[in-house]
Design a protein around this ligand. Structure first.
Ligand code: PRP
Ligand code: MN
Ligand code: MG
Length: 179
C-alpha cells in the first residue's frame, strides 16, 4: 500500500496541527451553541472523527451518503441521496464535513438540500480544497488545506476503495491509476 505512494503531501503531524487549529476556531465561533456535524460518507469519516474531538462545544454527529454523479449527470450536478440523516436538522447549527471539494457538485447539491430543511445555520468544513477543479461555487467556512490538482489518497480518501486508512495524505503514483 505504502509503495503506491509517490510522496507524502500532508504528514500525520501537519494534519493533526491544522485540525487542532480548525477545532479551536470552530469552538470559538460556536461558543454557547451546539453543533450538528453532518459527515458525507465515506471519505469524510476519518477527518470528522478527529475534528469532532478538537471541538469543545457539544457536537452531535450524523451522516449522509450520496451517489457520485456519473458522466451523464455531471453537468446537471444532480446527486442522489442513498442514505438520509437520522436527525431532524430544523433549528440546528449544521456543520457539513467533507474530506475534499473538487468540482463542488456534491456539496452544492447537499447544502441546497439541507438549507430547504430550515437549519438555524449551515456551514461547510473541508479538510482539502482543490479549486482548480471547481465547476460550481461552494461557500467554504473552514478549509484545512488548499491543494494543487494531484490524485490524493489517504486519511479517508480512496482510489477504488483502497488507501483510506493511510494516516497521511499522499500523492498516488500515476502508474497505479493509469493501467
Ligand atoms: C469524493 C469526496 C467528496 C467528493 C468531492 O467522494 O470524498 O465527497 O468526491 O467531489 P466533488 O466536489 O467533485 O463533488 P466519492 O464520491 O469518491 O465517495 P467516497 O467519499 O465514498 O470516496
Ligand atoms: Mn466523499
Ligand atoms: Mg471516493
Amino acid at each position: 500500500m505504502i509503495n503506491d505512494v509517490e510522496r507524502v503531501l500532508l504528514s500525520e503531524e501537519q494534519l493533526a496541527a491544522r485540525i487542532a487549529e480548525i477545532g479551536a476556531e470552530i469552538t470559538a465561533d460556536y461558543a454557547g451553541k451546539e453543533i450538528l456535524m453532518i459527515g458525507v460518507l465515506r471519505g469524510a469519516v476519518l477527518f470528522m472523527a478527529d475534528l469532532a474531538r478538537a471541538i469543545k462545544v457539544p457536537v452531535a454527529i450524523d451522516f449522509m451518503a450520496v451517489s457520485s454523479y456519473g458522466a451523464g449527470t455531471s453537468s446537471s450536478g444532480v446527486v442522489r441521496i442513498l442514505k438520509d440523516l437520522d436527525e431532524n436538522v430544523e433549528g440546528k447549527h449544521v456543520l457539513v464535513v467533507e474530506d475534499i471539494i473538487d468540482s463542488g457538485l456534491t456539496l452544492n447539491y447537499l447544502v441546497d438540500n439541507l438549507k430547504s430543511r430550515q437549519p438555524a445555520s449551515i456551514k461547510i468544513c473541508t479538510l482539502l480544497n482543490k479549486p482548480e477543479r471547481r465547476k460550481v461555487d461552494v461557500d467554504i467556512a473552514y478549509n484545512g488545506f488548499t491543494i494543487p490538482d494531484h490524485f490524493v489518497i489517504g486519511y479517508g480518501l480512496d482510489y477504488a476503495e483502497k488507501y483510506r486508512n493511510l494516516p497521511f495524505i499522499g500523492i498516488l503514483k500515476p502508474e497505479i491509476y493509469q493501467d
